[in-house]
Ligand binder design. Structure first.
Ligand code: FES
Length: 75
């Protein structure tokens, strides 16, 4: 751990969910992700990409399939 790690940055506890045009939802911050049974889905990164095209082979994560399956978002 460095001295920098010990000083909380502003908004470290903030959660944001941002839609990528024609792509995934980017989840940033300390949100808990659960599956359809309420079980925790482990995450190993501060920012994760959640599939919204339905084509991923590794749900709930985006695996890049949206780039080849023709997914188009409205946002
Ligand atoms: S949004 Fe990327 S695989 Fe579905």
């Amino acid at each position: 751990m460095t001295a920098h790690d010990e000083v909380p940055r502003p908004h470290d506890d903030e959660v944001t969910l941002a839609a990528c045009p024609d792509g995934p939802l980017l989840l940033r911050g300390p949100a808990r992700i659960v599956d359809d049974r309420g079980r925790d889905v482990p995450r190993h990164r501060a920012t994760v990409a959640l599939c919204r095209c339905g084509g991923t082979a590794i749900p709930p994560w985006c695996d890049g399939t949206h780039k080849v399956n023709g997914y188009r978002s409205e946002t």
